[in-house]
Ligand binder design. Structure first.
Ligand code: COA
Length: 171
């Protein structure tokens, strides 16, 4: 049986091992990491999945922003979403995403870099709104997805850490 609990209560070393197993040890070079540099995870939207005492899944959410001509539009970066390779395709990713989406309802729009086939079909993320957004590094355009809850977002902009939050953290 799978249980979900706050990621803040998970063993950080176990989370890192799980992320290495799901994404490879070179994962820190990915552009997604640059998007949220200097940010702290959003605790109420970040989850761990356990099978008995074993960590089998993790989902992290981060405060980021779209920086455009009109200033900073706050967004939430979803990811990494990781499931133990031995336990993939068994509904664990879906359970974590559903729990997170229920808590994120009414909050800032969500953005992620991931497989459109998975995130579009099951969770309503689409590429349309993000089609002219830039990222601070290489990425596959079709994997940049947003879930805006019907809100219109700026057409152009650069995704990156929230400067307001960063300033607050540094003070
Ligand atoms: C992507 C990932 C989080 C999905 O979690 P999961 O627990 O394996 O998947 P679930 O069991 O919740 O979902 C199963 C369904 O999604 C589909 N699916 C799962 N991963 C998919 C993918 N990468 N692309 C397309 N469809 C996918 C399955 O075919 C299945 O569909 P169905 O119910 O219609 O048969 C997990 O496989 C993983 O950690 N992968 C490696 C890391 C990664 O790529 N993370 C995503 C980027 S942040």
């Amino acid at each position: 049986m799978i249980t979900l609990s706050p990621l803040a209560d998970a063993d950080p070393n176990a989370v890192e091992s799980l992320l290495d197993a799901a994404f490879g040890a070179d994962r820190r070079g990915r552009t997604a990491y640059r998007l949220r540099e200097g940010m702290a995870v959003i605790p109420e939207l970040s989850l761990a999945a356990y099978e008995e005492d074993r960590l089998v899944g993790s989902l992290q959410c981060w405060p980021i922003a779209l920086h455009g001509a009109d200033g900073e539009t706050p967004l939430i970066l979803v990811g990494p979403v990781a499931v133990d390779p031995e336990r993939q395709q068994q509904g664990i990713g879906r359970a974590m995403m559903r729990e997170m989406l229920a808590s994120a309802d009414g909050r800032e729009p969500l953005v992620l870099i991931g497989d459109a086939e998975y995130y579009s079909r099951h969770f309503g993320f689409i590429a349309d709104q993000a089609i002219n957004w830039d990222l601070p590094g290489p990425f596959e355009r079709r994997r940049l997805l947003a879930r805006t809850g019907g809100r219109d977002l700026p057409y152009r902009g650069m995704l990156g850490p929230r400067r307001e939050t960063k300033g607050a953290l540094l003070r």
